[in-house]
Design a binder for this molecule. Structure first.
Ligand SMILES: Nc1nc2c(ncn2[C@@H]2O[C@H](COP(=O)(O)OP(=O)(O)OP(=O)(O)O)[C@@H](O)[C@H]2O)c(=O)[nH]1
Ligand SMILES: [Mg+2]
Length: 260
């Protein structure tokens, strides 16, 4: 069944941008990607998810703008989209009671069986909860004049929330945001090198942290996994061109020559 709520995954990860109405979710997606979701001063502007690709160094990460979550009615498919994502960016408006906005949104997600991964310990009793890494964005942190508000926001929160002050309007901390998103996705970029040739440094393979040479081989080609004999690696924890086994764990930036 076709639905506007079904967003096809693209790139190195799917990141959903969620939160109350009017906090600047669409403005953030518009400033970080080439997507142009409607931005407006009145609440409840966005009614369907809109994806865009955010370039970070040499990869692309998918950001998905979503409708506000504090409506009386929520599309089950929107919840499905959030549950299936790799990271939640929970946006609040630093200038409009951000503590309340954060608490309400977390309560809403929890009600629908979605919880931040860093609070996993506390949910042990509850059945059927999906834990997703989550980062709080205090948007509308436009310039130095908002720094004090941000400090107060941090002090008022009773938990250690991973959070970042950003501004879609002035672009403040958006570079940092990209970096943090990349880190929180827990991925590594690996460059493949055909034997006797230069590595292809333009198009990395993106793997989960902890992936091995065998995982890479499976990703390059289904046949490679079966036929893989050995591999040589240039990068972290090896000497240049070191022969490694198929269980060797790869690191961000490694160059790998698969020998089949
Ligand atoms: N000062 C300031 N205003 C912002 C910022 N980001 C967004 N806005 C303004 O906030 C209002 C709402 O922005 P949107 O991006 O439409 O907010 P939204 O969260 O997508 O809203 P809904 O789709 O209704 O949920 C608009 O008037 C934006 O211009 C920001 O960083 N600083
Ligand atoms: Mg919007």
């Amino acid at each position: 069944r076709d639905s506007v709520f079904r967003i096809v995954r693209e790139g190195a990860g799917q990141v959903v941008v969620v939160g109350p109405a009017n906090v600047g979710k669409s403005a953030l997606v518009a400033s970080l990607t080439r997507a142009r979701p409607q931005v407006a001063a009145s609440p409840f502007t966005t009614w369907k998810p809109t994806p865009g690709m955010m370039p970070v160094e040499d990869i692309q990460i998918q950001l998905v703008d979503t409708p506000p979550l504090n409506r009386d009615f929520v599309e089950p498919e929107l919840l499905h989209l959030i549950r299936g994502s790799d990271l939640i960016l929970l946006v609040v408006d630093l200038q409009t009671d951000p503590v309340q906005q954060l608490e309400d949104t977390i309560a809403f997600l929890r009600q629908h069986g979605i919880a931040p991964r860093h609070l996993k310990d506390r949910y042990s009793e509850q059945r059927r909860v999906t834990f997703i890494p989550l980062l709080v964005l205090a948007n509308k942190s436009d310039d130095q004049s908002t720094d004090e508000d941000f400090e107060i926001f941090c002090e008022l929160l009773d938990d250690d929330w991973p959070l970042l002050a950003v501004s879609a309007t002035t672009g403040r901390n958006l570079g940092r945001l990209k970096q943090v998103v990349f880190e929180r996705l827990e991925i590594v970029r690996v460059y493949s090198k055909p034997p006797g040739r230069e590595p292809d440094l333009d198009a990395p393979f993106v793997l989960k942290k902890g992936s091995t040479v065998a995982d890479l081989a499976g990703k390059v080609h289904r046949d490679f996994l079966k036929r893989l004999k050995t591999a040589r690696v240039w990068g972290t924890g090896v000497y240049d061109g070191q022969m490694v086994s198929r269980d060797h764990v790869l690191h961000d930036g490694d160059v790998v020559e698969l020998q089949i």
